[in-house]
Design a protein around this ligand. Structure first.
Ligand code: NAD
Length: 340
């Protein structure tokens, strides 16, 4: 285990991971880079996975979730389990006195998200919902440009996520592609883009959509489209799929009467302000690795979000993505899925 000393000589917060699959590696890599955080242990029912994970990060193995929760030395639990377990695990960790970093989606329904928000209020323990792309410097830049009216009057904000997942991606897992355990294209992959358009453009007034299971042999939708109206009057279109071979980058396009911006995955691809092209990365479409392979996600933006969480726990800055923020995308997805 790496020994760390913080700026103000306070002991770093100690973290434990619940689940040690793909997302847990991103969390562990991020925590290792944070001065105010130390990774101490992991629990996963898969004995082989947890043993190799504990060796990789040189951390303790807990033999059960209860043992992890009973370790008084743990301050923060990262919930990196399959999506359908997030609400149950987050609430149990909050009630045992831990702060919680929970992967997206925070729950499979806004009703369960409300239970997490209440548990956080009742216990006084903080929860942050991973929405790491909000922490991209280019996303912050777009928010600043909108505040300055750099694009003039904005009429459109649209999301296009033409991803590809292989049949093996679904068949190799006992939860991916299930409606109740995974939630399909919007609940799993599309939630980042939906979170971002609402984060950038403000509250959603109305959204209407249609979904289909068109290519993959799964229960949940693999494709969705929607029309969206934001409270500020801006309109937009959402298209999302995991069937678009070979997999293209997610794009968010915001257009006004004086300019536009295109966010490609986490970075600005095109920017025009007052008719002047500031950024124009016109390239043949290079397949962004994460558009077809989710294991290629790097830990930098998770690090920024977990750093904010550590500083919020230490009362050094406000918490940027709490449960109320994490819940917002869920309500939009429920409307597109026609779940009320
Ligand atoms: N923010 C992102 O960009 C991002 C990226 C990948 C995954 N995720 C999210 O992270 C979550 C996990 O995804 P993943 O790809 O790591 O899945 P995964 O299947 O690779 O890993 C899940 C792990 O949880 C373990 N697990 C199952 N039941 C458990 C239990 N009761 N207690 C403890 N561990 C348990 C499994 O054994 C497995 O090791 C999902 O909700 C997914 O949406 C987010």
């Amino acid at each position: 285990m790496v020994q760390k000393v913080t700026e103000n000589n306070k002991s770093p917060l100690t973290f434990a991971l619940l689940g040690c699959g793909m997302a847990a590696n991103i969390h562990a890599d991020a925590i290792q880079e944070i001065e105010g955080a130390t990774l101490k242990g992991v629990f996963d029912p898969n004995v082989i996975s947890r043993e190799s994970f504990s060796k990789k990060y040189n951390i303790t193995i807990y033999s059960s979730f209860e043992e992890l929760l009973n370790d008084a030395n743990i301050d923060v639990v990262c919930v990196c389990t399959p999506s359908f377990l997030h609400a149950e695990h987050t609430i149990a960790a909050l009630k045992s006195g831990k702060h919680v970093v929970v992967e997206k989606p925070m729950a499979m329904s806004s009703a369960d998200a409300d239970k997490i928000i209440k548990a956080s209020q009742d216990t006084g323990k903080l929860v942050t919902v991973i929405s790491q792309i909000r922490f991209s410097p280019d996303v912050q830049k777009i928010k600043d440009l909108l505040k300055e009216n750099a694009f003039g009057t904005v009429s459109l904000c649209s999301l296009s996520m033409n991803y590809y997942r292989t049949p093996e991606y679904y068949s190799s897992s006992n939860w991916r592609g299930s409606m109740t355990l995974d939630g399909g294209v919007l609940m799993n992959q599309g939630i980042h883009g939906i979170d971002l358009i609402e984060y950038i453009m403000g509250p959603v007034k109305e959204v209407k959509g249609k979904t289909g299971t068109i290519v993959h042999n799964i229960e949940a939708p693999d494709t969705a489209v929607a029309v969206i109206e934001f409270e500020c009057g801006v309109l937009g279109i959402i298209e999302a799929s995991t069937c678009a071979y070979p997999g293209f980058s997610r794009r968010i396009k915001i257009q006004g009467d004086k300019g536009y911006v295109v966010l490609k995955e986490n970075n600005i691809e095109k920017l025009m302000i007052n008719g002047e092209k500031i950024i124009d990365k016109v390239q043949s479409e290079q397949i962004v690795k994460t558009a077809k392979d989710p294991t290629k996600i790097l830990c930098g933006l998770h690090r920024l979000q977990i750093e904010n969480f550590v500083r919020a726990i230490n009362a050094k800055e406000p918490l940027l993505v709490d449960g109320v923020e994490g819940r917002k995308a869920l309500t939009v997805i429920e409307k597109i899925y026609n779940i009320t």
